[in-house]
Design a protein around this ligand. Structure first.
Ligand code: DQA
Length: 143
């Protein structure tokens, strides 16, 4: 079954929003890197980004039984959304949480994650290469 790559709010602006924090790569670059990595490991990849929390939650519900694991950058919802964390347990697959920036050297409100307690692993501060590492780890966990 494929790996599901989910990106949360504002990540459609990667490369434009605060490049000093998030780098100059775009979301298209992230998806390409993820597809390449998944393919190398023998996995398909489904990728989606939304700025709408309910839409993200619906996708996660619909993924139940359809995917082998989830790589997610929940972006701002990391720090705010009990609902997203609740949804992520529905598919009953390993979840890898990715943050492009090192959230722990930023504002205190970015230090807490609602997603981390249900994540199999967390990758923080490796830039977009974090997505690659997350896919490699997921393949290891489900392979
Ligand atoms: C982020 C970190 C979050 O705090 C922030 O709200 C984002 C992106 C990251 O990838 O570093 O939008 O998840």
């Amino acid at each position: 079954l494929p790996i599901l790559l989910l990106n949360g709010p504002n990540l459609n602006t990667l490369g434009v929003r605060q490049p000093e924090v998030y780098g100059s790569h775009t979301l298209a670059d992230v998806v390409e890197l993820a597809e390449r990595t998944a393919a190398e490991l023998g996995f398909g990849l489904r990728a989606a980004q939304t700025n709408h929390e309910g839409e993200m939650i619906d996708w996660i519900h619909e993924a139940r039984g359809q995917i082998s694991g989830i790589v997610i950058n929940p972006a701002g919802w990391t720090h705010t959304s009990v609902a997203l964390a609740d949804a992520l347990v529905v598919p009953e697959v390993p979840i890898m949480e990715v943050h492009i920036s090192n959230v722990h050297k930023r504002e205190a409100f970015r230090h807490h994650s609602y997603v981390s307690p249900i994540a199999a692993g967390i990758i923080v501060g490796y830039g977009i290469r974090g997505y690659e590492f997350a896919i490699r780890r997921l393949a290891e966990l489900v392979g």
